[in-house]
Ligand binder design. Sequence first.
Ligand code: PEP
Length: 249
Amino acid sequence: MPQLIAGNWKMHMLRAEAVALAQALRTGAAGGAAELLVCPPFTVLAAVAEALAGSAVAVGGQDCHQDKQGAHTGDVSAPMLRDAGASWVILGHSERRLNHGETSELVREKTVAAVAAGLTPIVCVGETADQRAGGGEAEAVGWQLSGSLPQGFADGPGGVLAYEPVWAIGTGKTPTEDEVADMHAFIRAELVRQFGDAGAQVRILYGGSVKPANAGALLALPEVGGALIGGASLTAADFLAIAGAAARG
Ligand code: PEP
């Protein structure tokens, strides 16, 4: 399976910048070996999906509500994402878990809703700095894994898991290569424990301060099935350089 290079644009980009970035990616992405995905803000998702239609770059949302529709002011459902042109969705990002109080149980409900709407979920897990300092990183990630992933997560085309240490996101800090490899091996074992043979097929992305300079080393580590990228996904040159590293990884 190709490595997946996914860009999380977070709360960046007005329409003109978003479409310009999408067009640059459309041109630059052709022929690469990695699978590419961008997750723009809701407001520009449809415009980005239109700009990338028929290209090598897929489009996803950054979150969705667990219900299909209803009285949920400000929320967006999984079928709405699909309708706007998304085929993927990021769920349980630490910025949602920490800033919006999302529990693993809620992430699991959202994951069920995403799959039901035909979206491929990327479920994020990762320890805080305090948890790692106290040696509790595996326990923290283990709880998130058992709480966030619904039955059937690994079936069929299957969901994707993203390991993103909270302290590495947007900080320029990354775990050592051994730390990334150890955590990915732990996550693989947990996925196989939860889902049997299908758990061996789930791609496990690394996320947290991935840049063109460190992407090659990170993407070459065992059990790293791609990367989830924040800051470096906001410029076509950086995102495509990381995608190029994946192709060689
Ligand atoms: C992220 O928020 O998912 C992320 C990995 O951000 P950054 O690459 O900026 O650390």
